[in-house]
Design a protein around this ligand. Structure first.
Ligand SMILES: [Fe+2]
Length: 394
């Protein structure tokens, strides 16, 4: 025990904040998540009272087709209609949402007098909804003010309805938005969704490629979080729970493809994505995500796949930097090294890009003083990141 431990706890709406410096060494479970998470079949339509908490006038934010195609948009509209809530729709969010689109949607929200923003979709519409909620509450805000967290007013209320099983954005305070061709994130307690709905039924119609790329995104969140220097006992438990669920499903997909997935398998992936979100809330991600952004920006590789191709290198790095932890990881997930890596690789179609030396040199500065790189075990350097790129992308 570290001296006289005085554990101060403050109970907030849905979470507990504990003072890290005063925690016992063995007890390490700092957590804050003010999001009301509601899951299960039909949860969107069954939660009318909850929907009333988001405001009377709303902006719904979606991608171009998927929210409608999977039935989620219809369910949300039905719930809002039953409550007499009014909404308008912005349905132009693409993959890797752009800041300009968020600004356009925020203008629409302001003109409509929106009190809340409802994101429906995968990571892109959900992250965009968070950004729009900030921009709409702060008309005229510049990009620098947005990313610098210089917000005068609190963001509008946010609800998130997930339609993929990977991002975990429903339960995080992170928004990743593309600006000037670069994916850039901001983190703030003010963008935790007030409400998050997780109905795995919406993921049943996801095509094979999206199912795989989103599932490996969840895997990357869990694995990166586990090995982060910022991890604690609670976040590692979240990460392990997510990985074990995913490995069960990956075994099935490796054998029979995504077409063989049952509703229960889809639920396992969804549950794992939530665990991943809860884990990275504490830790953020490590180098697979930072370096994966480069592959998405330069080669259009889907986000989850772009991150997951770095996982074997990430594990090898941790074997070198933190051998005891790397060993414990295998015990925790009840799998051998070759087994879990081959399952991850079976989910990620081979990354067939080669990256020229000029691009490696140009990206070098990105790895310096980068938060996610600094959170890796040991002392990871930008030169090490260059070498990892060379090994993977040749
Ligand atoms: Fe991710």
């Amino acid at each position: 025990m570290k001296g006289a431990v005085e554990l101060q706890r403050k109970i907030y709406e849905g979470g507990i904040v504990a003072c890290e410096a005063e925690m016992e060494e063995k007890m390490s479970m700092n957590h804050y998540m003010p999001t009301r998470l509601i899951t299960g079949k039909g949860c969107v339509k069954k939660s009318l009272e909850e929907w009333k908490r988001i405001g009377d006038r709303l902006l719904i934010v979606t991608g171009r087709n998927s929210a409608r195609a999977c039935g989620a948009l219809e369910d949300v509209e039905e719930a809002l209609k039953a409550n007499g809530q009014k909404w308008t729709l912005y349905d132009k969010i693409g993959q890797n949402p752009k800041l300009e689109d968020c600004m356009e949607a925020a203008k629409m929200a302001t003109e409509w007098g929106a009190e809340g923003v409802v994101g429906i979709g995968g990571g892109s519409p959900l992250d965009a909804a968070k950004c729009i909620a900030v921009l709409a509450a702060n008309p005229g805000m510049t990009r620098e003010q947005l990313y610098g967290l210089a917000w005068k007013n609190s963001p509008l209320k946010i609800a998130a309805v997930g339609t993929t099983a990977g991002t975990g954005s429903e339960v995080t305070k992170v928004s990743v938005i593309t600006t000037d061709g670069r994916k850039k994130s901001f983190h703030h307690d003010g963008i935790y969704p007030l409400l998050a709905f997780g109905d795995a039924g919406y993921t049943m119609t996801l095509p094979e490629q999206f199912t795989r790329s989103t599932a490996v995104d969840a895997m990357a969140h869990c694995v990166e979080s586990y090995f982060s220097k910022a991890a604690d006992g609670l976040s590692r438990n979240f990460a392990v729970a997510g990985i074990c669920l995913l490995l069960e499903v990956f075994k099935k997909i490796q054998k029979s493809g995504c077409a063989a997935m049952t509703y229960e398998d889809r639920e396992k992936c969804y549950e794992a994505s939530i665990y991943g979100g809860l884990a990275i809330n504490k830790t953020g991600t490590c180098f697979p995500h930072t370096m994966g952004y480069l592959l998405t920006e330069e080669y259009g590789i889907p986000h989850g796949t772009a991150c997951a191709v770095f996982l074997p290198e990430f594990y090898a790095y941790n074997q070198m930097a933190a051998p005891g932890l790397a060993e414990k990881f295998l015990q925790d997930i009840h799998a051998g090294k070759e087994e879990w890596i081959s399952l991850v690789e079976s989910m990620t179609p081979e990354c067939r890009v080669s990256i020229p030396e000029e691009k490696i040199a140009k990206a070098h500065g990105r790895w310096e003083n980068n938060n996610s790189i600094m959170k890796c075990q040991g002392e990871m350097t930008a030169d090490m990141a260059d070498d990892i790129l060379r090994r993977i992308l040749r």
